[in-house]
Design a protein around this ligand. Structure first.
Ligand code: ACM
Length: 371
């Protein structure tokens, strides 16, 4: 006789950010299937209840309410954009449930009801800014999507550029559905003012429009590349090969690591690249299910307080290396890495931390201790 544990799954299959959320959905369902193999020996089974919020923050909120009220879930795996997370947060907190959030974000948040498994700014933006300053220069042009993550991340990048004596040469925000035609005047302005690099906080399907318009404008990544935290293998796969190469992304994990992994089961994961482009958000979505499965066994019940008690400080082997939930802030200790994009859609790692970096969501320090 098995105890069935219902969980909610909220990732979009349509809309502006489905390009990346589809990969998070794939990883979540795959990891649940794998976890169930192990959980069956403990008489447990995770049963996912999936809803498609279609990249709409209002649907994220109403569907999380529905999953809790109608399916009785204690845990939801979900959200890519920070607006969708901020829409789900009041629901999760009101009902004292748990959200596992597998996406890099802008930091400056703590909810006792969220386990944050993507990178926060001290784990990605600091290493990226220092790398770009040392290789290309400190004059930066900011291009982002029009919502909270880009505004907040650009605030941090501006502090760093100004603090190191560089200049912000321009700043533009476009809609999540921005077209090639909408990016064109921005790229023309960049060509005219010649910064040392572009910092892109563009997300979702408009990422392809940005990189393709950049290439069509004749800009050269060898002298004026795009640096990003959100352009992963999923966004590279969505753009034309001519637009992909020689740009930089900071992330805890790149899919190219799987092929060379000393762990045979991680090498096996690379076979799933025929189904979806594996990327940093796929990896967080994958290992956070492993954390939950481990917590379920250790806690012995599905109450929020019991799960949180064992999750704080919990470690798990992940494809990026061993990761850990910080017991003080619910964010994850992850690696800091920089990848250089290639025309084939993969990244070559050009810099990485020796160890996982402690999460500092309120950015108390701009130093990276583990480099
Ligand atoms: C994001 O909105 N956290 C990418």
């Amino acid at each position: 006789m098995k105890t069935v544990i219902p969980v909610g799954v909220l990732f979009s299959q349509t809309g502006a950010t489905s390009v990346i959320e589809k990969t998070q959905l794939h990883a979540t369902l795959l990891a649940i299937e794998e976890a169930n193999g192990l959980l069956s020996t403990h008489g447990l089974e995770i049963k996912p209840f999936y809803m498609d919020p279609r990249s709409d923050p209002f649907l994220f909120s109403s569907m999380s309410e529905k999953l809790i009220a109608e399916q009785g879930v204690t845990v939801i795996f979900g959200c890519y954009t920070s607006i969708s997370r901020k829409s789900v947060l009041p629901v999760i907190e009101k009902h004292n449930k748990l959200l596992f959030y597998p996406t890099l974000y802008e930091g400056f948040e703590f909810s006792p009801n969220v386990i944050y498994t993507g990178a926060c700014p001290n784990q990605n933006i600091i290493i990226l800014a220092e790398f770009m300053f040392s290789k290309f220069g400190k004059n930066c042009y900011l291009v982002g999507s029009d919502y909270v993550y880009p505004y907040e991340s650009n605030r941090i990048m501006k502090d760093m550029v100004n603090g190191f004596g560089g200049k912000i040469m321009g700043e533009h925000y476009l809609s999540l559905e921005a077209s090639h035609a909408e990016f064109r005047p921005v790229l023309d302005d960049i060509a005219a003012c010649q910064p040392d690099f572009i910092f892109s906080t563009v997300v979702g399907s408009s990422t392809a429009a940005l990189y393709e318009t950049y290439a069509q404008a004749g800009l050269q990544p060898l002298t004026l590349p795009i640096a990003s935290l959100t352009t992963s293998e999923a966004e590279l796969a969505s753009m034309q090969p001519f637009a992909r190469a020689d740009h930089f992304t900071a992330a805890p994990f790149f899919a190219s690591m799987l092929k060379h992994s000393p762990v045979p089961s991680w090498q096996q994961l690379a076979t799933h690249t025929s189904e979806v482009p594996i990327n940093q958000c796929w990896e967080s979505a994958y290992f956070q299910v492993m954390l939950f499965a481990k917590a379920l066994v250790e806690a012995g019940d599905i109450h929020t307080e019991s799960l949180l008690k064992v999750l704080r400080g919990m470690e798990v082997e992940a494809p990026q290396g061993r990761v850990r939930i910080d017991p003080d802030n619910n964010h994850c200790w992850v690696y800091s890495r920089i990848g250089k994009s290639r025309a084939d859609g993969d990244f070559e790692i050009v810099k990485e931390s020796k160890r996982t970096v402690r999460p500092d969501p309120y950015l108390m320090s701009y130093a990276i201790s583990a480099l």
